[in-house]
Design a protein around this ligand. Structure first.
Ligand code: CMC
Length: 427
């Protein structure tokens, strides 16, 4: 027999179905609640609300588990490349060798930006944040492909998906090049995805560019680790915005802005700024941790805590190890990595963090590694966006496949009751 929950209101009992997922997560299905009882549920910040059924990503926050389509993130980070994971998220299965070749080829074919679109970069100030530039350029891409914008036409969607994945690295690199006043390179489609990106970012037309395989490999792993994280703020943004049936470029542009905030992807930039401030101000790690605990101080220990994980973020474990490996291979020492490790140790032994179950999240070590790889600090968050792009796309595709209705939460109104507008001289 199907399980139900019982709700008693005003002496009447209502049976509410219980839905169970493949990993035995359970939810009370309230989709008919308002129709049957006149009640809505109130859950600010959606701490207890499941907004959809999804077959893309599973997280067990207590155990520190993250899986995409059933595959553990540690396994994917070890054995697959970013484009394989992108294919997995969007299409449901890992690609075969032939499919992977087709996927890489198809993405390569779309790496260039329209010459007119390139002029848009010049309209931004030199110090424009790359998240602002990329969200604008991604929204603008829609205007160049007006015949491929229907969310219900599979061929049009497939074309837009390839364009988004192919052009995003070009957009990120051009935002950086504009900030330096350097010329934009054309993509080199003989190169692999990350190699092409690194050349676009750091190459110049004057001399050949050698990609360091250690750097390329580390960036690829970072992209894999960021590729999806179920219904986080930016992905929920994609679903909410996408549910209005806007084209995919509009939904992804909105997600980039959601990711930009310091409580979300923007934390990776803030972590490095925090570590640099500690180093530059001569603070000890203990002094900073004390500040982060002080309610009268607005500082938080950036890169710590997570809405879902009440355990070590599995991505942070992989990144911490990778950061140590990469620094060793590149033969550099990092004062910032030392400070980060000291902060972590102090926080993990401190009752404030222990009692709130605050652990390092994906952003805690990613900035240290990006910095060692030469990525400019204000591009850290846009690197996160490049990684998260396939996840956003996968959720946009799933939303439409499931024919989900337009997202439209309700509210409990707490403002004034009906009253007449007083004449101007009586206000
Ligand atoms: N430093 C100090 N105190 C913290 C921190 C922190 N990093 N994170 C949470 N707390 C405290 C918070 O003050 C609150 O204490 P109290 O119960 O005394 O009021 C308690 O822990 C619960 O915090 P919350 O803000 O209600 O928890 P949340 O689940 O709403 O927030 C979070 C999760 C990630 C926004 C938060 O932990 C945070 O602001 N962390 C720092 C920013 C960060 O690293 N963000 C990246 C998240 S992972 C990648 C991503 O999603 O983009």
């Amino acid at each position: 027999m199907d399980e139900t929950a019982r709700l008693e209101v005003d002496g009447k009992t209502y049976e509410l179905p219980i839905v169970t997922g493949t990993e035995n997560e359970r939810a009370v299905d309230i989709s008919n609640l308002r129709g049957e009882t006149g009640l809505i549920t109130l859950d600010p910040a959606y701490k207890n609300t499941g907004s959809c059924r999804s077959a893309i990503t599973f997280i067990d926050g207590d155990e520190g588990i993250l899986r995409h389509r059933g595959y553990a993130i540690e396994d994917l980070a070890d054995k697959t490349s970013f484009l394989e994971v992108a294919f997995l998220l969007i299409n449901g299965e890992l690609p075969s060798a032939d499919q992977l070749e087709w996927w890489r080829q198809s993405i390569r074919y779309h790496t260039m930006l329209h010459e007119d679109l390139k002029r848009l970069f010049g309209a931004f100030p030199k110090d424009a944040h790359p998240m602002a530039v990329s969200s604008s350029v991604i929204a603008a891409l829609s205007t160049f492909y007006p015949r491929d914008l229907d969310p219900h036409e599979p061929i049009e969607v497939a074309n837009s998906v390839l364009r988004l994945i192919a052009k995003f690295p070009t957009v990120v690199a051009y935002a950086y090049k504009h900030s330096l006043g350097q010329p934009f390179l054309y993509p080199d489609n003989s190169l692999r995805y990350v190699h092409n990106f690194l050349r676009l970012m750091f190459g110049t037309p004057c001399e050949p560019f050698e990609v360091d395989p250690v750097v390329a490999d580390a960036i690829d792993t970072l992209l894999v680790l960021h590729a999806d994280h179920e219904q986080n703020c930016s992905t929920s943004t994609v679903r909410l915005v996408g549910s209005s049936h806007v084209n995919i470029f509009g939904a992804i542009s909105a997600a980039i802005n959601a990711l930009w905030g310091s409580r979300h992807g923007g934390a990776n930039q803030e972590v490095i700024e925090m570590l640099e401030a500690i180093a530059n101000e001569g603070l000890t790690a203990r002094q900073f941790v004390d500040r982060a605990k002080d309610r009268d101080d607005t500082s938080r220990l950036m890169g710590f805590g997570h809405r879902v994980y009440r355990n070590y973020d599995p991505r942070a474990k992989v990144i911490k190890k990778k950061a140590e490996d990469v620094l060793n291979k590149l033969g550099v020492t990092s004062k910032l990595l030392e400070i980060a490790m000291e902060l972590e140790q102090i926080a993990l032994d401190d009752d404030y963090f222990v009692s709130r179950r605050l652990f390092p999240n994906v952003d805690f070590y990613s900035g240290v590694i990006y910095k060692a790889l030469g990525i400019p600090v204000n591009s850290f968050t846009v690197m996160f966006a490049m990684g998260r792009l396939p996840g956003w796309i996968a959720h946009w595709v799933e939303l439409h496949k499931d024919r989900q209705a337009i997202g439209r939460p309700r509210q409990i109104y707490v403002g004034p009751q009906a009253r007449p507008v007083p004449p101007l001289d009586q206000r």
